[in-house]
Design a protein around this ligand. Sequence first.
Ligand code: MV4
Length: 501
Amino acid sequence: MIEKVLIANRGEIAVRIMRSCREMGIKTVAVFSEADRRALHVRYADEAYFIGPAPSNESYLVVDKIMDVAKQTGADAIHPGYGFLSENPGFAKRVEKEGLIFIGPTADAISTMGDKVTARKTMIKAGVPVVPGTEATLESDEQAKKTVKEVGLPVMIKASAGGGGKGMRMVKTEENIIPALRAARSEAKEAFGDDAIYVEKYVTSPHHIEFQVLADTHGNVIHLYERECSVQRRHQKVVEETPSPLLRDDVRQKMGKDAVEAARAVNYRGAGTVEFIVDEDQNYYFLEMNTRLQVEHPITERVVGVDLVKEQINIANGKPLTYRQEDLKQFGHAIECRIYAEDPNNNFMPSPGLIKHITEPMGLGVRTDGYVHEGYEIPLYYDPMISKLIIWGSDRKDAIGRMRRALHEYKITGVRTTIKFLEKIMQCDDFIKGTYNTHFIENNYEFLTSNEDCDETCEDLAVITAFFDYISKVDHMKSDRNVTKLNAWKEFGRRKGVMRL
Ligand code: MV4
Protein backbone atom coordinates (compact mmCIF):
# COMPACT_ATOMS: atom_id res chain seq x y z
CA MET A 1 0.00 0.00 0.00
CA ILE A 2 1.21 3.46 -0.92
CA GLU A 3 2.33 5.38 2.16
CA LYS A 4 4.43 8.13 0.67
CA VAL A 5 4.03 9.86 -2.70
CA LEU A 6 6.55 12.03 -4.49
CA ILE A 7 4.79 14.67 -6.57
CA ALA A 8 6.92 15.38 -9.65
CA ASN A 9 5.27 18.71 -10.36
CA ARG A 10 4.70 22.25 -9.11
CA GLY A 11 1.99 24.89 -8.86
CA GLU A 12 -1.69 24.30 -8.31
CA ILE A 13 -1.69 20.67 -9.44
CA ALA A 14 1.06 19.67 -7.00
CA VAL A 15 -0.99 21.19 -4.16
CA ARG A 16 -4.19 19.58 -5.50
CA ILE A 17 -2.59 16.13 -5.44
CA MET A 18 -1.13 16.64 -1.95
CA ARG A 19 -4.58 17.59 -0.63
CA SER A 20 -6.00 14.19 -1.56
CA CYS A 21 -2.91 12.47 -0.18
CA ARG A 22 -3.39 14.24 3.15
CA GLU A 23 -7.04 13.19 3.27
CA MET A 24 -5.93 9.59 2.71
CA GLY A 25 -3.20 9.74 5.38
CA ILE A 26 -0.46 9.46 2.75
CA LYS A 27 2.81 11.36 3.26
CA THR A 28 3.96 13.72 0.51
CA VAL A 29 7.34 14.65 -0.93
CA ALA A 30 7.76 17.83 -2.99
CA VAL A 31 10.56 18.64 -5.40
CA PHE A 32 11.32 22.24 -6.30
CA SER A 33 13.48 24.38 -8.53
CA GLU A 34 15.39 27.55 -7.70
CA ALA A 35 12.35 29.63 -8.78
CA ASP A 36 10.03 27.72 -6.44
CA ARG A 37 11.78 27.99 -3.06
CA ARG A 38 8.87 29.97 -1.65
CA ALA A 39 6.11 28.13 -3.51
CA LEU A 40 3.08 26.66 -1.76
CA HIS A 41 3.68 23.06 -2.87
CA VAL A 42 7.02 23.19 -1.00
CA ARG A 43 5.36 24.39 2.19
CA TYR A 44 2.39 22.05 1.89
CA ALA A 45 4.39 18.84 1.51
CA ASP A 46 5.69 16.83 4.46
CA GLU A 47 9.18 17.02 2.93
CA ALA A 48 10.62 19.10 0.10
CA TYR A 49 13.85 18.74 -1.89
CA PHE A 50 15.71 21.09 -4.17
CA ILE A 51 16.32 19.66 -7.65
CA GLY A 52 18.03 22.42 -9.62
CA PRO A 53 17.84 25.67 -11.57
CA ALA A 54 14.59 27.32 -12.65
CA PRO A 55 14.40 26.09 -16.27
CA SER A 56 12.33 22.90 -16.23
CA ASN A 57 14.80 20.98 -18.40
CA GLU A 58 17.29 21.41 -15.55
CA SER A 59 14.85 20.52 -12.76
CA TYR A 60 11.28 19.23 -13.19
CA LEU A 61 12.19 17.33 -16.35
CA VAL A 62 15.36 15.68 -15.04
CA VAL A 63 14.41 12.05 -14.41
CA ASP A 64 17.63 11.18 -12.53
CA LYS A 65 17.15 13.95 -9.98
CA ILE A 66 13.54 13.01 -9.33
CA MET A 67 14.41 9.31 -8.98
CA ASP A 68 17.20 10.18 -6.54
CA VAL A 69 14.81 12.10 -4.28
CA ALA A 70 12.21 9.33 -4.50
CA LYS A 71 14.72 6.70 -3.42
CA GLN A 72 16.36 8.78 -0.70
CA THR A 73 13.02 9.69 0.88
CA GLY A 74 11.63 6.17 0.64
CA ALA A 75 8.64 7.26 -1.45
CA ASP A 76 6.76 4.26 -2.81
CA ALA A 77 4.98 6.04 -5.64
CA ILE A 78 5.33 9.01 -7.98
CA HIS A 79 2.46 11.17 -9.17
CA PRO A 80 3.47 13.15 -12.29
CA GLY A 81 0.53 15.63 -12.38
CA TYR A 82 0.03 17.13 -15.84
CA GLY A 83 2.65 18.49 -18.25
CA PHE A 84 6.34 17.89 -17.43
CA LEU A 85 6.98 14.09 -17.28
CA SER A 86 3.33 13.01 -17.12
CA GLU A 87 3.13 11.62 -20.66
CA ASN A 88 6.70 10.47 -21.01
CA PRO A 89 6.69 6.67 -21.46
CA GLY A 90 10.42 6.48 -20.63
CA PHE A 91 9.75 8.04 -17.24
CA ALA A 92 6.82 5.70 -16.48
CA LYS A 93 9.02 2.73 -17.39
CA ARG A 94 11.96 3.96 -15.30
CA VAL A 95 9.78 4.48 -12.21
CA GLU A 96 8.48 0.90 -12.42
CA LYS A 97 11.92 -0.52 -13.24
CA GLU A 98 13.23 0.95 -10.00
CA GLY A 99 10.46 -0.73 -8.06
CA LEU A 100 8.24 2.29 -7.51
CA ILE A 101 4.60 2.78 -8.48
CA PHE A 102 3.85 5.19 -11.31
CA ILE A 103 0.46 6.77 -10.57
CA GLY A 104 -0.70 6.67 -14.16
CA PRO A 105 -1.07 4.28 -17.08
CA THR A 106 1.52 1.82 -18.41
CA ALA A 107 4.34 3.10 -20.61
CA ASP A 108 2.78 1.11 -23.48
CA ALA A 109 -0.58 2.90 -23.22
CA ILE A 110 1.22 6.28 -23.10
CA SER A 111 3.27 5.38 -26.20
CA THR A 112 0.33 4.09 -28.21
CA MET A 113 -1.75 7.19 -27.53
CA GLY A 114 1.24 9.52 -27.91
CA ASP A 115 1.71 8.42 -31.50
CA LYS A 116 -1.43 9.74 -33.23
CA VAL A 117 -1.22 7.41 -36.24
CA THR A 118 -0.92 4.36 -33.97
CA ALA A 119 -3.75 5.72 -31.81
CA ARG A 120 -5.97 6.12 -34.92
CA LYS A 121 -5.20 2.58 -36.05
CA THR A 122 -5.97 1.24 -32.60
CA MET A 123 -9.30 3.11 -32.49
CA ILE A 124 -10.32 1.93 -35.97
CA LYS A 125 -9.66 -1.64 -34.83
CA ALA A 126 -11.72 -1.06 -31.66
CA GLY A 127 -14.65 0.34 -33.66
CA VAL A 128 -14.36 3.86 -32.22
CA PRO A 129 -15.13 6.48 -34.90
CA VAL A 130 -12.12 8.51 -36.08
CA VAL A 131 -12.12 11.48 -38.47
CA PRO A 132 -12.14 10.15 -42.06
CA GLY A 133 -8.56 10.17 -43.31
CA THR A 134 -5.46 8.05 -43.70
CA GLU A 135 -4.61 5.01 -41.66
CA ALA A 136 -0.90 5.21 -42.50
CA THR A 137 1.60 8.09 -42.55
CA LEU A 138 2.08 10.08 -45.76
CA GLU A 139 5.24 9.17 -47.65
CA SER A 140 6.07 10.71 -51.04
CA ASP A 141 4.67 14.03 -52.30
CA GLU A 142 2.83 12.15 -55.04
CA GLN A 143 1.24 9.74 -52.59
CA ALA A 144 0.30 12.65 -50.30
CA LYS A 145 -1.45 14.49 -53.16
CA LYS A 146 -3.32 11.36 -54.15
CA THR A 147 -4.40 10.68 -50.55
CA VAL A 148 -5.57 14.25 -49.95
CA LYS A 149 -7.68 14.07 -53.11
CA GLU A 150 -9.22 10.80 -51.93
CA VAL A 151 -10.06 12.26 -48.53
CA GLY A 152 -11.39 15.42 -50.21
CA LEU A 153 -10.50 19.06 -49.50
CA PRO A 154 -10.44 20.78 -47.07
CA VAL A 155 -8.16 18.61 -44.92
CA MET A 156 -6.04 18.85 -41.80
CA ILE A 157 -2.42 17.75 -42.10
CA LYS A 158 -1.17 16.65 -38.70
CA ALA A 159 2.05 15.47 -37.10
CA SER A 160 1.84 11.94 -35.73
CA ALA A 161 3.99 12.92 -32.76
CA GLY A 162 1.94 16.11 -32.26
CA GLY A 163 -1.29 16.72 -30.44
CA GLY A 164 -2.86 19.76 -28.88
CA GLY A 165 -2.62 21.61 -32.19
CA LYS A 166 1.15 21.45 -32.65
CA GLY A 167 2.44 20.65 -36.15
CA MET A 168 -1.02 21.03 -37.70
CA ARG A 169 -1.93 22.65 -41.08
CA MET A 170 -5.28 23.17 -42.72
CA VAL A 171 -5.34 22.79 -46.50
CA LYS A 172 -8.13 24.30 -48.59
CA THR A 173 -6.72 24.19 -52.11
CA GLU A 174 -4.79 21.70 -54.21
CA GLU A 175 -1.76 23.97 -54.74
CA ASN A 176 -1.36 24.24 -50.96
CA ILE A 177 -1.02 20.52 -50.34
CA ILE A 178 2.75 20.27 -50.85
CA PRO A 179 3.72 23.54 -49.07
CA ALA A 180 1.51 22.61 -46.08
CA LEU A 181 2.98 19.11 -45.99
CA ARG A 182 6.54 20.49 -46.04
CA ALA A 183 5.74 23.06 -43.33
CA ALA A 184 4.08 20.48 -41.08
CA ARG A 185 6.98 18.06 -41.61
CA SER A 186 9.71 20.54 -40.71
CA GLU A 187 7.74 21.86 -37.73
CA ALA A 188 7.21 18.29 -36.48
CA LYS A 189 10.88 17.39 -37.04
CA GLU A 190 11.93 20.48 -35.14
CA ALA A 191 9.48 20.06 -32.25
CA PHE A 192 9.38 16.28 -31.81
CA GLY A 193 12.31 14.88 -33.80
CA ASP A 194 9.75 12.88 -35.78
CA ASP A 195 8.39 14.07 -39.13
CA ALA A 196 5.66 11.46 -39.62
CA ILE A 197 2.55 13.12 -41.04
CA TYR A 198 -1.05 11.97 -41.57
CA VAL A 199 -4.16 13.55 -42.97
CA GLU A 200 -7.77 13.94 -41.81
CA LYS A 201 -10.85 15.47 -43.37
CA TYR A 202 -11.28 19.01 -42.00
CA VAL A 203 -14.24 19.26 -39.64
CA THR A 204 -15.80 22.74 -39.84
CA SER A 205 -16.96 24.65 -36.76
CA PRO A 206 -16.33 21.74 -34.43
CA HIS A 207 -16.88 21.27 -30.73
CA HIS A 208 -14.20 19.85 -28.51
CA ILE A 209 -15.86 17.43 -26.12
CA GLU A 210 -13.81 15.08 -23.98
CA PHE A 211 -14.78 12.16 -21.75
CA GLN A 212 -13.18 11.37 -18.41
CA VAL A 213 -12.45 7.68 -17.91
CA LEU A 214 -11.18 5.55 -15.02
CA ALA A 215 -9.81 2.05 -15.40
CA ASP A 216 -8.62 -0.31 -12.69
CA THR A 217 -6.30 -3.33 -12.95
CA HIS A 218 -9.23 -5.77 -12.69
CA GLY A 219 -10.71 -5.03 -16.10
CA ASN A 220 -13.25 -2.44 -14.93
CA VAL A 221 -13.50 0.69 -17.07
CA ILE A 222 -16.01 3.49 -16.48
CA HIS A 223 -16.59 6.97 -17.88
CA LEU A 224 -17.47 10.02 -15.81
CA TYR A 225 -19.25 11.88 -18.62
CA GLU A 226 -18.04 14.77 -20.70
CA ARG A 227 -16.42 18.18 -20.49
CA GLU A 228 -17.19 20.78 -23.13
CA CYS A 229 -13.87 22.50 -23.88
CA SER A 230 -14.68 24.55 -26.97
CA VAL A 231 -13.72 27.90 -25.39
CA GLN A 232 -10.07 27.92 -26.43
CA ARG A 233 -7.50 30.46 -27.56
CA ARG A 234 -4.59 29.17 -29.63
CA HIS A 235 -5.20 25.62 -28.41
CA GLN A 236 -5.17 26.77 -24.80
CA LYS A 237 -8.41 26.10 -22.96
CA VAL A 238 -9.97 29.08 -21.23
CA VAL A 239 -13.36 27.89 -19.92
CA GLU A 240 -14.67 24.34 -19.55
CA GLU A 241 -18.09 23.15 -18.47
CA THR A 242 -20.06 20.00 -17.80
CA PRO A 243 -22.58 18.87 -18.95
CA SER A 244 -22.02 20.18 -22.47
CA PRO A 245 -24.86 22.63 -23.15
CA LEU A 246 -25.80 21.18 -26.53
CA LEU A 247 -24.89 17.50 -26.51
CA ARG A 248 -27.99 15.33 -27.04
CA ASP A 249 -28.37 12.65 -24.41
CA ASP A 250 -28.41 9.77 -26.93
CA VAL A 251 -25.11 11.05 -28.36
CA ARG A 252 -23.69 11.43 -24.84
CA GLN A 253 -24.49 7.80 -24.00
CA LYS A 254 -22.86 6.54 -27.21
CA MET A 255 -19.76 8.70 -26.76
CA GLY A 256 -19.40 7.43 -23.19
CA LYS A 257 -19.43 3.83 -24.42
CA ASP A 258 -16.88 4.65 -27.13
CA ALA A 259 -14.64 6.41 -24.59
CA VAL A 260 -14.66 3.22 -22.52
CA GLU A 261 -13.86 1.16 -25.64
CA ALA A 262 -10.97 3.52 -26.45
CA ALA A 263 -9.51 2.92 -22.98
CA ARG A 264 -10.05 -0.85 -23.21
CA ALA A 265 -8.27 -0.94 -26.58
CA VAL A 266 -4.98 0.09 -24.92
CA ASN A 267 -5.50 -1.86 -21.71
CA TYR A 268 -5.77 1.45 -19.93
CA ARG A 269 -5.10 1.91 -16.22
CA GLY A 270 -5.85 4.98 -14.10
CA ALA A 271 -7.48 8.28 -15.05
CA GLY A 272 -7.52 9.35 -18.68
CA THR A 273 -9.38 11.59 -21.08
CA VAL A 274 -10.69 10.71 -24.51
CA GLU A 275 -10.96 13.78 -26.75
CA PHE A 276 -13.58 13.94 -29.46
CA ILE A 277 -14.24 16.47 -32.16
CA VAL A 278 -18.00 16.94 -32.71
CA ASP A 279 -19.48 18.45 -35.87
CA GLU A 280 -22.63 20.53 -36.30
CA ASP A 281 -24.81 17.43 -36.68
CA GLN A 282 -23.29 15.88 -33.53
CA ASN A 283 -21.28 13.32 -35.44
CA TYR A 284 -18.29 12.69 -33.23
CA TYR A 285 -14.80 11.43 -33.93
CA PHE A 286 -11.91 10.33 -31.71
CA LEU A 287 -9.11 12.93 -31.81
CA GLU A 288 -6.63 11.87 -29.16
CA MET A 289 -6.39 10.44 -25.67
CA ASN A 290 -4.65 12.30 -22.86
CA THR A 291 -3.06 9.74 -20.60
CA ARG A 292 -2.92 11.91 -17.48
CA LEU A 293 -5.00 13.88 -14.99
CA GLN A 294 -6.11 17.06 -16.78
CA VAL A 295 -6.22 20.69 -15.70
CA GLU A 296 -10.01 20.77 -15.98
CA HIS A 297 -10.66 17.58 -13.98
CA PRO A 298 -12.39 19.43 -11.06
CA ILE A 299 -15.61 20.15 -12.99
CA THR A 300 -16.08 16.41 -13.41
CA GLU A 301 -15.30 15.85 -9.73
CA ARG A 302 -18.01 18.33 -8.76
CA VAL A 303 -20.79 17.16 -11.06
CA VAL A 304 -20.14 13.43 -10.73
CA GLY A 305 -19.06 13.51 -7.07
CA VAL A 306 -15.75 11.67 -7.37
CA ASP A 307 -12.26 12.62 -6.14
CA LEU A 308 -10.22 11.67 -9.20
CA VAL A 309 -6.87 11.79 -7.42
CA LYS A 310 -8.13 9.39 -4.74
CA GLU A 311 -9.34 7.06 -7.47
CA GLN A 312 -5.93 7.27 -9.17
CA ILE A 313 -4.23 6.27 -5.92
CA ASN A 314 -6.71 3.44 -5.26
CA ILE A 315 -6.09 2.10 -8.76
CA ALA A 316 -2.32 2.37 -8.26
CA ASN A 317 -2.77 0.32 -5.07
CA GLY A 318 -4.38 -2.39 -7.18
CA LYS A 319 -7.84 -1.88 -5.71
CA PRO A 320 -10.99 -2.19 -7.79
CA LEU A 321 -12.88 0.98 -8.74
CA THR A 322 -15.08 2.43 -5.99
CA TYR A 323 -17.88 3.16 -8.47
CA ARG A 324 -19.86 1.22 -11.05
CA GLN A 325 -21.05 2.92 -14.24
CA GLU A 326 -24.69 2.75 -13.17
CA ASP A 327 -23.87 4.62 -9.91
CA LEU A 328 -22.63 7.67 -11.79
CA LYS A 329 -24.96 10.53 -12.66
CA GLN A 330 -24.34 14.15 -13.61
CA PHE A 331 -25.69 16.34 -10.81
CA GLY A 332 -26.16 20.05 -11.60
CA HIS A 333 -23.71 22.05 -13.64
CA ALA A 334 -20.04 23.01 -13.20
CA ILE A 335 -17.90 25.60 -14.98
CA GLU A 336 -14.17 26.21 -14.69
CA CYS A 337 -12.48 29.49 -15.55
CA ARG A 338 -8.69 29.48 -15.83
CA ILE A 339 -7.11 32.59 -14.35
CA TYR A 340 -3.86 33.39 -16.16
CA ALA A 341 -1.20 36.00 -15.43
CA GLU A 342 -1.61 37.33 -18.97
CA ASP A 343 -2.66 40.67 -20.39
CA PRO A 344 -5.81 40.34 -22.55
CA ASN A 345 -5.31 43.92 -23.75
CA ASN A 346 -1.86 43.09 -25.08
CA ASN A 347 -2.46 39.88 -27.02
CA PHE A 348 -2.32 37.76 -23.85
CA MET A 349 1.33 38.49 -23.18
CA PRO A 350 2.46 36.61 -20.06
CA SER A 351 2.56 38.94 -17.06
CA PRO A 352 4.80 37.32 -14.45
CA GLY A 353 5.66 39.27 -11.31
CA LEU A 354 4.83 40.02 -7.71
CA ILE A 355 1.28 39.51 -6.39
CA LYS A 356 0.58 42.67 -4.40
CA HIS A 357 -2.91 41.79 -3.30
CA ILE A 358 -5.18 38.81 -3.72
CA THR A 359 -8.76 38.33 -2.54
CA GLU A 360 -10.21 35.01 -3.62
CA PRO A 361 -13.93 34.34 -3.94
CA MET A 362 -15.67 32.14 -1.41
CA GLY A 363 -19.15 30.94 -0.58
CA LEU A 364 -21.66 28.39 -1.82
CA GLY A 365 -20.57 26.38 -4.85
CA VAL A 366 -17.12 27.96 -5.16
CA ARG A 367 -13.79 26.10 -5.37
CA THR A 368 -10.46 27.67 -6.21
CA ASP A 369 -7.46 25.51 -7.00
CA GLY A 370 -4.45 27.77 -6.84
CA TYR A 371 -1.05 28.20 -5.25
CA VAL A 372 -0.22 31.91 -5.10
CA HIS A 373 -0.38 34.28 -2.14
CA GLU A 374 0.29 37.94 -1.38
CA GLY A 375 3.99 38.65 -1.81
CA TYR A 376 4.49 35.65 -4.11
CA GLU A 377 6.35 36.25 -7.34
CA ILE A 378 4.99 34.32 -10.33
CA PRO A 379 8.09 32.94 -12.08
CA LEU A 380 8.47 33.50 -15.81
CA TYR A 381 9.79 29.98 -16.36
CA TYR A 382 6.53 28.07 -16.20
CA ASP A 383 2.93 28.15 -17.34
CA PRO A 384 1.37 31.50 -16.34
CA MET A 385 -1.81 29.94 -14.92
CA ILE A 386 -2.47 31.41 -11.46
CA SER A 387 -5.52 29.44 -10.45
CA LYS A 388 -8.70 27.72 -11.53
CA LEU A 389 -12.09 28.93 -10.40
CA ILE A 390 -14.56 26.05 -10.34
CA ILE A 391 -18.23 26.82 -9.85
CA TRP A 392 -21.16 24.53 -9.24
CA GLY A 393 -24.79 25.49 -9.77
CA SER A 394 -28.06 23.57 -9.72
CA ASP A 395 -28.33 24.26 -13.45
CA ARG A 396 -26.35 26.10 -16.13
CA LYS A 397 -28.01 29.47 -15.54
CA ASP A 398 -27.35 29.25 -11.81
CA ALA A 399 -23.71 28.29 -12.47
CA ILE A 400 -23.16 31.24 -14.86
CA GLY A 401 -24.68 33.66 -12.34
CA ARG A 402 -22.46 32.27 -9.60
CA MET A 403 -19.38 32.40 -11.83
CA ARG A 404 -20.08 36.09 -12.54
CA ARG A 405 -20.42 36.74 -8.82
CA ALA A 406 -17.21 34.87 -8.01
CA LEU A 407 -15.21 36.62 -10.75
CA HIS A 408 -16.53 39.94 -9.42
CA GLU A 409 -15.16 39.03 -5.98
CA TYR A 410 -11.80 37.90 -7.37
CA LYS A 411 -9.19 40.65 -6.98
CA ILE A 412 -5.56 40.30 -7.93
CA THR A 413 -3.14 43.21 -8.25
CA GLY A 414 0.52 43.35 -9.17
CA VAL A 415 0.17 41.28 -12.32
CA ARG A 416 -2.24 41.52 -15.25
CA THR A 417 -4.82 38.75 -15.24
CA THR A 418 -7.55 37.34 -17.45
CA ILE A 419 -10.29 37.89 -14.82
CA LYS A 420 -12.06 40.70 -16.70
CA PHE A 421 -11.82 38.79 -19.96
CA LEU A 422 -13.52 35.84 -18.25
CA GLU A 423 -16.23 38.17 -16.90
CA LYS A 424 -16.85 39.24 -20.50
CA ILE A 425 -17.18 35.62 -21.59
CA MET A 426 -19.82 35.10 -18.90
CA GLN A 427 -21.71 38.10 -20.33
CA CYS A 428 -21.40 37.07 -23.97
CA ASP A 429 -24.66 36.03 -25.71
CA ASP A 430 -23.05 33.11 -27.56
CA PHE A 431 -21.77 31.70 -24.30
CA ILE A 432 -25.01 32.29 -22.40
CA LYS A 433 -27.03 30.61 -25.18
CA GLY A 434 -24.64 27.65 -25.04
CA THR A 435 -24.40 27.42 -28.82
CA TYR A 436 -20.71 28.27 -29.07
CA ASN A 437 -18.07 26.19 -30.88
CA THR A 438 -14.24 26.30 -31.10
CA HIS A 439 -14.43 29.63 -32.99
CA PHE A 440 -16.13 31.35 -30.02
CA ILE A 441 -13.20 33.57 -28.97
CA GLU A 442 -12.23 34.71 -32.49
CA ASN A 443 -15.92 35.30 -33.34
CA ASN A 444 -16.41 37.51 -30.26
CA TYR A 445 -12.91 39.00 -29.93
CA GLU A 446 -13.99 42.67 -30.08
CA PHE A 447 -16.59 42.24 -27.35
CA LEU A 448 -14.39 40.09 -25.14
CA THR A 449 -11.38 42.42 -25.14
CA SER A 450 -13.26 45.74 -25.00
CA ASN A 451 -12.06 46.65 -21.52
CA GLU A 452 -10.97 50.26 -21.57
CA ASP A 453 -10.28 50.09 -17.83
CA CYS A 454 -7.47 47.52 -17.68
CA ASP A 455 -4.76 50.15 -17.33
CA GLU A 456 -2.66 51.58 -14.54
CA THR A 457 -5.58 53.60 -13.15
CA CYS A 458 -7.59 50.45 -12.77
CA GLU A 459 -4.67 48.81 -11.03
CA ASP A 460 -4.34 51.71 -8.55
CA LEU A 461 -8.05 51.73 -7.90
CA ALA A 462 -8.00 48.01 -7.31
CA VAL A 463 -5.37 48.53 -4.62
CA ILE A 464 -7.49 51.24 -3.04
CA THR A 465 -10.54 49.01 -3.31
CA ALA A 466 -8.65 46.24 -1.60
CA PHE A 467 -7.62 48.66 1.13
CA PHE A 468 -11.19 49.73 1.80
CA ASP A 469 -12.25 46.11 1.67
CA TYR A 470 -9.77 45.60 4.46
CA ILE A 471 -10.73 48.54 6.65
CA SER A 472 -14.39 47.72 6.32
CA LYS A 473 -13.56 44.29 7.76
CA VAL A 474 -11.61 45.71 10.72
CA ASP A 475 -14.01 46.83 13.43
CA HIS A 476 -12.08 49.71 15.00
CA MET A 477 -11.68 51.36 11.62
CA LYS A 478 -15.38 51.44 10.95
CA SER A 479 -15.66 55.05 12.08
CA ASP A 480 -18.23 57.25 10.41
CA ARG A 481 -15.42 59.17 8.76
CA ASN A 482 -13.98 56.06 7.12
CA VAL A 483 -17.38 54.89 5.95
CA THR A 484 -17.98 58.29 4.35
CA LYS A 485 -14.56 58.10 2.70
CA LEU A 486 -15.27 54.58 1.50
CA ASN A 487 -18.55 55.63 -0.06
CA ALA A 488 -16.85 58.58 -1.76
CA TRP A 489 -14.28 56.24 -3.30
CA LYS A 490 -16.98 53.85 -4.40
CA GLU A 491 -18.82 56.69 -6.10
CA PHE A 492 -15.59 57.84 -7.76
CA GLY A 493 -14.88 54.33 -8.94
CA ARG A 494 -18.40 53.86 -10.23
CA ARG A 495 -18.24 57.06 -12.23
CA LYS A 496 -14.97 55.94 -13.78
CA GLY A 497 -16.57 52.58 -14.41
CA VAL A 498 -13.76 50.64 -12.82
CA MET A 499 -14.66 50.09 -9.18
CA ARG A 500 -15.93 46.62 -8.56
CA LEU A 501 -17.07 46.95 -4.95
C1 MV4 B 1 -9.08 19.20 -36.19
C2 MV4 B 1 -9.92 20.27 -36.53
C3 MV4 B 1 -10.73 20.12 -37.64
N1 MV4 B 1 -10.66 18.99 -38.36
N2 MV4 B 1 -9.06 18.09 -36.94
C4 MV4 B 1 -6.80 21.34 -32.57
C5 MV4 B 1 -6.12 20.74 -31.39
C6 MV4 B 1 -5.94 19.31 -31.71
N3 MV4 B 1 -6.25 18.48 -30.58
C7 MV4 B 1 -6.84 19.03 -32.87
N4 MV4 B 1 -7.38 20.28 -33.30
C8 MV4 B 1 -8.24 20.34 -34.35
N5 MV4 B 1 -8.27 19.24 -35.13
C9 MV4 B 1 -9.84 18.01 -38.01
N6 MV4 B 1 -9.80 16.90 -38.75
C10 MV4 B 1 -9.91 21.40 -35.73
C11 MV4 B 1 -9.06 21.44 -34.64
C12 MV4 B 1 -9.12 22.66 -33.87
C13 MV4 B 1 -9.59 22.66 -32.56
C14 MV4 B 1 -10.00 21.50 -31.93
C15 MV4 B 1 -10.46 21.53 -30.64
C16 MV4 B 1 -10.52 22.73 -29.96
C17 MV4 B 1 -10.10 23.89 -30.56
C18 MV4 B 1 -9.64 23.88 -31.86
C19 MV4 B 1 -9.23 25.07 -32.45
C20 MV4 B 1 -8.77 25.05 -33.73
C21 MV4 B 1 -8.70 23.83 -34.43
